[in-house]
Design a protein around this ligand. Sequence first.
Ligand SMILES: [Fe+2]
Length: 307
Amino acid sequence: MALHRLTSITMGVPNVEETQAYYAEFGLRPEGDGWFSTRDAGRQLHIQHAPTRRLVEITVGADTTDDLDRVASNLGRLGLEVQRTPSSVSAVELATGTRATVEVATRVTQDATPPTAYNGPGRGDRHEARAPGIMRTERVMPRKLGHAVLGTTDLAVTQSFFTHGLGFKISDVIKDHGAFLRCSVDHHNLLVLAAPVTFLHHTSWQVDDIDDVGRGAFAMLEGHPERHIWGLGRHHAGSNFFWYLKDPAGNFSEYYSDMDCIVDDQLWTPEVLEGARGLFSWGPPPPPSFLAPEDLGALMTGSHSPS
Ligand SMILES: [Fe+2]
């Protein structure tokens, strides 16, 4: 029994209404109470007010109360103040001020989506028909929350909280700079990144395939070219296709598909990635604002104080 999924995140922003409208357009279903749902995994994004944009809370699903006991004792060993209820355990990660809550939750089983028919050399999987990706007319609605990326001023402390405290596993490491962590069979559910200030870099949302990565981003850019950040490309860590856009608070939001899965921990060897590999395999060159979002200076000098 174990952690099994990234259940939800709570994002704090100064401009709540504008940001909520953006995520509704992004394809998440507004529940009317500040929460947004995905197609396969229910309520996964909560947007609330904060003086500056930040990751307020991350919620992780576990199978049993035994898992909660283990997390509570590991967090206690790290010297942290732990809040415990019969069905959850919670603590604040001190370097970033982000609260992490592990709760007993049912596993989400996604129905197997039929493979998209792509023709290839010597392989005609699609005859007398245009590609599904150009025939689809429905708007893209993400299947589930995949991961969040958290900038921290103390990488060692933040990483230790999630690995030693909560029990996340390390999938790959960016040398001296960050770690891709998982609490499910997905390659990463959280990337912790060394940064000059605590901030939420991006959240990432699963769609069916590369066509829906493109269709989703293309629809968001219509009339809003300023939302474009980086894409289309494929990452090395996790292998996923990506396209990044920017919400009105300055957080990036990613459509992704085809991420690596790690079902048997023994069969995966984490890599230490250096240089461009830490960022991507192919795609346009990442813009400087992807690595250092334009508001970082303002976040550093602003009134930001995690609470
Ligand atoms: Fe990502």
